[in-house]
Ligand binder design. Structure first.
Ligand SMILES: Cc1ncc(COP(=O)(O)O)c(C=O)c1O
Length: 385
């Protein structure tokens, strides 16, 4: 497919962690894409370079911080019919910094925080590192997707002391579950009843496959939600470091504003330039990428049936991450060890905390040809290139 061609030689020469960490293996682990970057983003970075000015940017006229925050606000209206005020946005160096900071200013050591499990590792690790109690809502396989027991959550919230927040990963990494409007309303109702802040990491929002739709949590519970976004997953810009949040509750905006001015640093010039370009001019590129990813998530069903029928796979409703249940293969809690031996680097299930045992996470953001090679190598029939 033009524009999304993946050249194996070029991948091998890439300096980033994905293709460097495990030399000689097919890399399908960390959440970076194998595609060349969006041309609009590359142009914007080149234009910035061409100015010859890499000094402090003059952004004082932008109420949200940089031009990227303004682009974010406009895009939320265009793409999600979610109308927000730029004054209520706050920029960050990255999404995980925002999560840590919000936990720091809005909760105390020993407080409980609700988290769907398994979970993107830095989220459950943030709770552990900051001495917050994880109140888990386990993912339960249901048909071709996942469900969560909110009646059980309510029962627990009725008995547990000092639960202060829900840390939502929406869409959910690693299952690819999309929380629909009804599920979000249920969560909002629970949050209102137990007076919980909702910290909603929506970094994968743009990677939702039709007919599923992303509904911003902030649109459902504006007065108790902080929604955090970034272009870094959907446009594969993780090295550039830029994130932005909409901070609904006034009390959270106040607490953030009381932090010492320079404690968190400032966003990177290129991160903001790239995010603005992606959000203003990258939708066609993203639509093309989504076509490739959608093909891959479907193709993986047949590839596994034919070559690794012991793996149970539920295609993600969002994200380019395939969460593979390898229990029936008898490879123990961490099947990634055996797949490394066969020449494929995958993310180990146990890294995702509770419920990750026996799973691996496979990154689908590559060419269909390479996905075929990855599954072939995983099955032990053919080695890495
Ligand atoms: C759910 C989720 N949140 C956050 C991140 C990382 O974001 P950042 O690099 O901006 O901290 C990732 C990366 O894969 C992710 O999957």
């Amino acid at each position: 497919m033009p524009g999304y061609h993946v050249d194996p030689l070029r991948l091998a020469g890439r300096p980033g962690v994905k293709h460097r960490r495990y030399p000689g293996e097919l890399a399908a682990w960390v959440a970076d894409m194998d595609f060349e970057p969006c041309p609009a983003v590359v142009d914007a970075i080149q234009q910035q370079l061409a100015t010859g000015d890499l000094g402090y940017p003059d952004w004082k006229h932008y109420t949200g911080g940089s031009p990227a925050a303004a682009a974010f606000v406009e895009r939320c209206a265009r793409r999600y019919s979610w109308i927000i005020d730029e004054h209520d946005t706050r920029e960050w160096c990255d999404v995980v910094q925002a999560v840590h900071t919000l936990l720091h200013v809005c909760t105390e050591p020993g407080d409980g925080v609700v988290l769907h499990t398994p979970s993107y590792p830095p989220l459950w690790k943030a709770l552990e590192a900051m001495d917050r109690r994880l109140v888990g809502v386990p993912a339960m396989a249901h048909g071709d997707g996942w469900v969560f027991d909110y009646d059980e959550l309510e029962r627990r919230l009725g008995t547990e002391q000092r639960v202060r927040a829900i840390l939502l990963c929406h869409p959910h990494n690693p299952t690819g579950h999309v929380f629909d409007a009804a599920e979000l309303s249920r969560l909002a109702e629970i949050a209102a009843r137990f007076d919980l802040l909702i910290i909603s990491d929506e970094i994968h929002a743009d990677l939702t496959y039709a007919p599923a739709q992303h509904t911003p949590m902030g649109a459902i519970a504006p007065d108790r939600t902080v929604s955090i976004h970034s272009a870094s997953k959907s446009f594969s810009l993780a090295g550039l470091r830029y994130a932005v949040s909409h901070v609904g509750p006034q009390w959270v905006r106040d607490r953030i504003s009381h932090l010492p001015d320079h404690l968190l640093g400032a966003v990177n010039l290129f991160g903001a330039v790239a995010a603005e370009a992606a959000w203003r001019h990258g939708d066609d590129w993203l639509a093309g990428v989504m076509g490739v990813l959608d093909g891959n998530r479907r193709a993986l069903v047949d590839l596994l049936v034919q070559q690794l029928p012991g793996i149970r796979y539920r295609p993600p409703a969002a994200t380019y991450l395939a969460w593979l249940d390898c229990a029936a293969l008898g490879l123990g809690d961490d099947p990634s060890v055996e797949f490394h031996r066969r020449g494929v680097a995958l993310s180990p299930g146990p890294d995702f905390g509770r419920g990750g045992e026996g799973f691996v996470r496979l990154n689908l953001a590559t060419s269909p040809q390479r996905l075929g090679q990855i599954v072939g190598a995983m099955s032990g029939r053919s080695g890495a290139s």
